[in-house]
Design a protein around this ligand. Structure first.
Ligand SMILES: *[C@@H]1O[C@H](CO)[C@@H](O)[C@H](O)[C@H]1NC(C)=O
Ligand SMILES: *[C@@H]1O[C@H](CO)[C@@H](O)[C@H](O)[C@H]1NC(C)=O
Length: 184
């Protein structure tokens, strides 16, 4: 529903608001295998005053948010995501959001997480970037277990992240904002 906005942004709005956010990976229809490491990457405008954001994994058909990483420096551009034990489904998407006030900056297309390879994508990894690990499904008690250090864009390391859900704040914002996030 929202991804089509991404194409309108650069052509229609960029000259006016400098707001621009494209999730390059996962790409539309990508298939990620549990137990492997996958690249997450994005491209954003520089003049939108968004220096960092939180990343959440969600699904279109069910409630619940899996917290991936918090305070991710926008300039990092990519990181590696090690997934295991996530429920297999074809309607996952990543949200790039400020979870404090719920403002959504961008989101990926829908992609799949599977337990074994049927049509797996090629992992787009960058060994110079940190690796974040998520495991298990939405969990009602956990929150972001790890926050990126301010220097993460120059550091190489592994961050072990818990998963969890805190209700529907992120998704509620998605529906409320509709097309409006383009001008944030
Ligand atoms: C395999 O995945 C690609 C996208 O990664 C998709 O375009 C293609 O249709 C898929 N093929 C099958 C047989 O599912
Ligand atoms: C989210 O917004 C709050 C309030 O503006 C800010 O203090 C916080 O740093 C932001 N979060 C991130 C990850 O940038």
């Amino acid at each position: 529903m929202f991804p089509s906005l991404r194409f309108l942004l650069p052509t229609l709005l960029l000259p006016l608001v400098h707001a621009y956010f494209v999730v390059n990976s996962p790409a539309k229809g990508d298939e990620w295998i549990n137990g492997q490491t996958w690249g997450v990457s994005w491209t954003k405008g520089l003049q939108d005053d968004v220096d960092a954001f939180d990343i959440e994994l969600s699904r279109m058909s069910t409630d619940g948010i899996i917290y991936v990483a918090s305070a991710v420096p926008a300039l990092l551009g990519s990181f590696n995501l090690d997934i295991s034990g996530l429920p297999a489904a074809d309607d996952y998407y990543l949200l790039f959001i400020n979870s404090t006030h719920g403002v959504l900056y961008g989101n990926s297309y829908a992609f799949s997480i599977v337990d074994s390879a049927t049509n797996a994508s090629t992992p787009k990894l960058d060994s110079s970037k940190p690796t974040v690990s998520v495991s298990g499904g939405p969990n009602p008690t956990a929150v972001f277990a790890t926050t990126f250090p301010a220097t993460a864009n120059s550091a190489m390391g592994t961050y072990i992240i818990g998963t969890g859900v805190v209700g529907m704040m992120g998704l509620a914002v998605v529906s409320m904002m509709g097309g409006a996030w383009a001008v944030l």
